[in-house]
Design a protein around this ligand. Structure first.
Ligand SMILES: [Zn+2]
Length: 151
């Protein structure tokens, strides 16, 4: 960090404050050459995460899109928006924990399904029916018996 006054390259941190609310760290610095003080703000940038669609197209990971899909699956269920946000957070953290910049859309869908299965079985079935494009009753029956195996 260059001193803005004399452009000396060595500055020391005299005070540091984290603001976890907005991922902001405020640092009070002092130039080791001229002794003047100044403040820097450091922010964690969003980690780039891309989703490879079945079509091969690459899209930026979109929390809102996932949230929207989950909310639709949970219409009239006793699940709060807060719980949905938590679920989306868990999905995002899981995807980031894979340590890749790019994940297949299939992995995203399966991660949502596994979290949804814990949260609300009916919502899980609704989401699965759209996501896996169920076309008939036997698809549902198969999904339900799979669910029951896990109970
Ligand atoms: Zn200086």
């Amino acid at each position: 960090m260059l001193c803005p006054f004399c452009h000396h390259s060595d500055t020391k941190v005299v005070d540091k404050r984290d603001n976890s609310e907005n991922n902001l760290t405020r640092r009070r610095r002092e130039c080791e050459s001229c002794g003047k003080r100044f403040t820097t703000y450091e922010r964690i940038e969003n980690i780039d995460l891309y989703v490879r669609k079945k079509s091969g197209k690459l899209e930026e990971f979109n929390r809102d899109k996932i949230k929207h899909g989950v909310m639709i699956a949970l219409v009239n269920r006793e699940i709060s928006e807060r719980q949905v946000d938590d679920l989306v957070n868990q999905v995002e953290l899981h995807l980031l924990s894979l340590g890749k910049n790019e994940v297949e859309s299939k992995v995203v869908g399966e991660t949502v399904l596994s979290k949804l299965q814990e949260l609300d079985p009916l919502g899980y079935l609704r989401f699965a029916s759209v996501y896996n494009a169920f076309t008939n009753i036997s698809d549902f029956k198969a999904a339900i018996s799979k669910l029951e195996e896990n109970v």
